[in-house]
Ligand binder design. Structure first.
Ligand SMILES: C[C@H](O)[C@@H](O)CC(=O)C(=O)O
Ligand SMILES: [Mg+2]
Length: 443
């Protein structure tokens, strides 16, 4: 007998808080374009009529700007208030469409920018709530849903030229016939392989990079990412340093965070090719599909893949990147796309078009969320770990009530109910902006 009756429960309030961690002070998270990122989030609580039943969701931001996303959350919240949960979840895809296409607010997007980040925060909270109602970790909720139920959470408008609802259903049904129990067991015991970006932020000194490489090698990591893009000679020195530390057998990825023009990206990467680079991430404008394709073609003979997606704002953009072979690694982001309703069709398109998904993580809560999604992909969609890794950065994970568990450089399947999105009360009190304790002391 289910603990909660969704027909009885209503949403009574939607609250949003601006939470900012001062990570820029130590150059944590710095890259060629974001030199002083303060890892932040617009943090949403969906309060229900059922005592203590709250859904938490968030979207990742970088300091200034978080308050704008909070205003967008407030502007959308009327669509959630007073709704019965049954009405939302019984046709979740339709509800997603209603929120994403609210007839006045959609003008600010559609499906991109501040309003879409707000959609992600709100819908992430709804997914957390659903998993809590079912008393399951989110990944398990997805695994236990029938293919029909899963498809009913998605919206195929604008992507049915590449993936129809019927095809999605067919893929999910077909994969379910394979042995999923062994895969579930593997995720609980050995976990999902990770790579780390914690070693190579652009503001770190060479000594710090060395020290962190040594630390993460000891922890069992075999794949490392370093930030590049400002000065080629510096990048050569830093890549050599990384290679000297991690050896030739481990993977080395680089990330320029949208720094270059297309031709410049090609030349730059030709200059770094001697360091045996596995992928170049976000080499140019994240909206430039043709540019990514040109870079991919030029770098293919050098064995360098092109990765992108952390700011790819919707399923339509992903459709084009995937279908035009512009990227060889798809990096979905749990807060940039409009939550799981939009992420699942991207996983299915990537599966159909044979592009591995290696999600963007770290940030605030991204690792906590994407572990659930990547586990679902492994168990029910791609069913392989080949060429697949989840990013790992340990910043900000300690602020979560149920932080990620990493063992021997693998994400171990979460066991607690929900989407792992709840922040600790003490962390909120300390870092809420502008009146948290940390900010009061700064005045
Ligand atoms: C500003 C962020 O730290 C960004 O550099 C993260 C990123 O590109 C990544 O994790 O990859
Ligand atoms: Mg990146």
């Amino acid at each position: 007998m289910a603990k909660f009756d969704m027909k009885e429960i209503k949403i009574v309030d939607v609250q949003v808080q601006d939470i900012r961690f001062p990570t820029s002070l130590q150059a944590q998270g710095s890259d060629a374009m974001h030199k002083d990122p303060d890892y932040s989030c617009a943090y949403v609580s969906i309060i229900t009529s059922q005592k203590d039943l709250i859904g938490y969701g968030l979207t990742f931001t970088l300091g200034r700007g978080t308050e704008i996303v909070c205003v967008a959350v407030e502007a959308l919240s009327f669509l959630f208030k007073d709704q019965r949960l049954h009405n939302i979840y019984s046709n979740f895809g339709q509800f997603w469409d209603r929120v994403t296409n609210e007839s006045q607010l959609r003008w600010l997007g559609p499906s991109k920018g501040v309003t879409h980040l707000a959609v992600a925060a709100l819908m992430n909270a709804l997914w957390d709530l659903w998993a809590k109602i079912e008393e399951k970790p989110l990944w398990r909720l997805l695994v236990d849903m029938s293919p029909e139920q899963l498809v009913s959470t998605m919206d195929f408008r604008y992507i049915s030229d590449v993936l129809t609802k019927e095809e999605a259903l067919e893929i999910l049904k077909q994969q379910r016939e394979n042995d999923i129990e062994t895969k579930i067991e593997r995720m609980k015991t050995r976990g999902y392989p990770a790579y780390t970006t914690a070693t190579g932020w652009i503001g770190y000194s060479d000594d710090k990079v060395r020290e962190l490489c040594a630390k993460y090698l000891t922890l069992g990591f075999t794949a490392f990412k370093i930030k590049v893009g400002i000065n080629l000679e510096d990048d050569k020195r830093r890549c050599k340093l990384m290679r000297d530390m991690i050896g030739q057998d481990n993977l080395l990825m680089v990330d320029s965070n949208q720094r270059w023009d297309v031709e410049e990206a090609i030349r730059w990467m030709q200059g770094l090719a001697e360091f045996n680079i596995y992928w170049i991430e976000e080499p140019t404008s994240p909206d430039d599909i043709l540019g990514h394709r040109a870079i991919s073609e030029a770098l293919e003979p050098l064995g360098i893949k092109v990765a992108s997606g952390e700011v790819c704002c919707n399923k339509v953009m992903f459709k084009q990147f995937l279908a035009s072979e512009a990227i060889q690694v798809a990096q979905i982001d749990s807060c940039r796309l409009g939550s799981i309703n939009e992420i699942l069709p991207v996983y299915l398109m990537a599966y159909k078009l044979k592009v591995p998904v290696c999600p963007h993580a770290g940030g605030v809560g991204l690792s906590e969320m994407v572990q659930h999604l990547q586990l679902f992909d492994y168990i029910c969609v791609s069913q392989t770990l080949h060429h697949r890794l989840i990013e790992f950065v340990d910043q900000e994970t300690t602020h979560f009530v149920h932080p990620i568990r990493i063992e021997n450089a693998h994400y171990i399947a979460p066991t607690e109910s929900g989407y792992s999105t709840e922040l600790k009360k003490d962390s909120i009190e300390e870092f809420k902006y502008p009146n948290g304790n940390w900010y009061k002391q700064m005045k």
